[in-house]
Design a binder for this molecule. Structure first.
Ligand code: S3P
Ligand code: PEP
Length: 442
């Protein structure tokens, strides 16, 4: 039995919310904490299914990871060459980040390992990490010539490379940089466009030599990583759901606390600003090497926009919820150059096209994007739509329900737990009415 949720048409949203911890930073905290000498202390760590998979993998490789309280962890690392062979297959569940970052790390460890995942993860492209790793001398095999997981890794000594990535992907960049950690010499990645830089920031904080020069990032092998204290901020990718919920629901006025404002992640704010959103950044500060702010969000009369292509990497996970804002804006919104959405947990262009069309929106798919004719008067709703087991599709369609005339039912919502456990309760506290439905509707 999978979880089906239903949103009832909303009253205004009010109050405060601290969304789930940043997923990207949480994975990296576990990874670097497990490679450092000493005990890393983390607060605010995301206890979502994806991060729990990363924790499980590192425990299986000898790291000592102790939960002290909600989001509070102590990680005692083993050094960059101190991990041990896991006794079983490492199942990364639904997490592309975990699988791609670990493939790099494991390629340079002197042992055998196998990475697998759920149905969605086993259909996502892995050639993008296997190709550079093979250039470094890694011995990796997988289905379809190494393009698909499970991946089998016979780890060993690698040679450093300079890799020009054809895809703007922080996971590819991080994979190669992590492979470079246990490799003598300088490993360099050149990106086609800037992507989230949490790996570089955190490596530097742990004491590695990382050099950035425009789109080029270089790491020196065999650093001595020193344990750190890390305050994980709330995830802007999770914050995007209450943000858009408040923007589209008349009378809403909410505060979203402690949101990570790393400029490689704030593309959604740029897009919503262009639409005329009333979002005030308050209490801007620095927490553990990452900028953080509280966001004061009020209902706004949004207008359709041409989404600038260059924003894509900094907003990549937020397009599904951005499409919801577009469907309720005045005018037409177009977003192009976002074909990467087709290889996420689901094909997110097609999943949102299906879902929003069923709710009454006018949505046209392009191979690399979408065109949405907004309706500021609201959608009809009254349909059962499927999340395609994708957490971001599930949450986006549930938020759309706030502005539908009839309730919206979303099936297969279990994976909300990968990135935003407690979503329904937290949104409920703001006044959004989300209820669990006993039997899937059809
Ligand atoms: O490095 C990361 O933590 C992530 C990078 C992005 O993926 P890509 O690198 O595939 O763009 C993003 O979509 C994902 O949710 C998290
Ligand atoms: C794409 C995502 O994650 P991952 O690639 O880690 O599965 C996401 O969280 O939207």
């Amino acid at each position: 039995m999978s979880i089906t949720l239903r949103t009832l048409t909303g009253d205004s949203l009010t109050g405060e919310i601290t969304p789930a911890g940043d997923k990207s930073i949480s994975h990296r905290t576990i990874i670097l904490g497990s490679l450092a000498e000493g005990t890393t202390r983390a607060t605010g760590l995301l206890e979502g299914e994806d991060v729990l998979r990363t924790i499980g993998a590192f425990r299986a490789m000898g790291a000592e990871i102790v939960r002290q309280g909600p989001g509070q962890y102590e990680i005692t690392g083993q050094g960059v060459d101190g991990l041990k062979e896991p006794g079983d297959v490492l199942d990364m569940g639904n997490s592309g980040t975990a699988m791609r970052l670990l493939s790099g790390l494991l390629a340079s460890q002197p042992f055998y390992s196998v990475l697998t995942g759920d149905h969605s993860l086993r259909s996502r492209p892995m050639g993008r990490v296997v190709t550079p790793l093979r250039k470094m001398g890694a011995r990796i095999t997988g289905r379809d010539g190494g393009r698909l997981a499970p991946l089998t890794i016979e780890g060993g000594e690698l040679v450093p490379i300079t890799y020009e990535s054809p895809v703007a992907s922080a996971q590819v960049k991080s994979c190669v940089l992590l492979a470079g950690l246990n490799t003598a010499g300088e490993t360099t990645v050149i990106e086609p466009a800037p992507t989230r830089d949490h790996t570089e920031r955190m490596l530097t904080a742990f004491g590695a030599e990382v050099e950035r020069d425009g789109l080029k990032v270089t790491v020196d092998g065999w650093p001595e990583l020193k344990a750190q204290s890390i305050e994980v901020p709330a995830d802007i990718s999770a914050a995007a759901f209450p943000m858009v919920a408040a923007l589209i629901t008349p009378g809403s006025d909410i505060i979203i606390r402690n949101v990570g404002m790393n400029p490689t992640r704030t593309g959604i704010l740029a897009l919503l600003d262009l639409m005329g959103a009333n979002i005030e950044r308050i209490n801007e500060r620095n927490a553990g090497g990452e900028p953080v702010a509280d966001l004061h969000v009020r209902y706004s009369e949004l207008r359709g926009i041409d989404a600038p292509r260059e924003v894509a990497p900094a907003a990549i996970d937020e397009y599904p919820i951005f499409f919801v804002a577009a469907a309720l804006a005045d005018g037409v919104t177009e977003a192009r150059g976002i074909e990467e959405l087709r290889v996420k947990e689901s094909d997110r262009i097609s999943a949102m096209a299906k879902g929003l069309t069923a709710l009454g929106a006018e949505f046209t798919e392009y191979p690399d994007g979408a065109r949405i004719v907004g309706n500021p008067n609201g959608l009809k709703g009254g349909a059962t739509v499927d999340s395609d087991t994708d957490h971001r599709i599930a949450m986006s369609l549930l938020v759309a329900g706030l502005r539908c005339a009839e309730p919206v039912t979303v099936t297969r919502c279990d994976n909300i737990n990968t990135s935003f456990p407690g979503f329904a309760t937290s949104m409920g506290a703001l006044g959004m009415r989300v209820e669990e439905v006993a039997e899937p509707q059809s």
